[in-house]
Design a protein around this ligand. Sequence first.
Ligand code: AR6
Length: 177
Amino acid sequence: MEVNIKNSKICLIHGDITLEETDAIVNAANTSLRGGGGVDGAIHRVGGPSILEECVEKYPNGCKTGEAKITRGGLLQAMWVVHTPGPIWRGGNQNEEELLRSSYRNSFQQAEIVGATSISFPSISTGIYGYPIHKAAPLAIQTIVECLPSYSIREVHFVLFSTRDFQIYTKALTKFL
Ligand code: AR6
């Protein structure tokens, strides 16, 4: 599914983010930036050891929740990986919504700084971190739509791993048609 918004394109893709050919892909990391499971594990596995080496060298203190740090993409097609720890869902009263918005906004900004014009996001926080995807999908799309006018990035992919996640994002994006 593809929607044109404010001179830009938002695409929903049912698949694996490690195969994306956008300039940057986003990693749903943890605050240590030392790898993990889920999409984080997949990105480090496919991208090779140079991504972790760069994380260790450049970011000895990791990354705070809602912030974002960038490395090169190693063996990935994407030139850059933006690592962002999204919030762990703790019932919704622990600033989770604002932290998730920050993860999307700061990732977008990091990619823009290195000159990326296209970026792919996974569904941050909705796996191991337990953020309800029905709440996360509209928030993710809304946040990106709000960012678009101030940035040069013209193509944004949301890459959804499961059919259910893809359907939920499709419904959320339909509201912008
Ligand atoms: N491509 C696209 N999406 C994927 C892929 C993939 N290859 N693999 C999984 N997903 P999660 P989180 C989806 O758990 O909730 C890690 O251990 C998955 O189906 O990867 O932010 C980190 O180190 C889900 O919809 O990230 C942290 O400790 C989405 O990616 C913690 O997990 C996010 O699920 C972060 O948890």
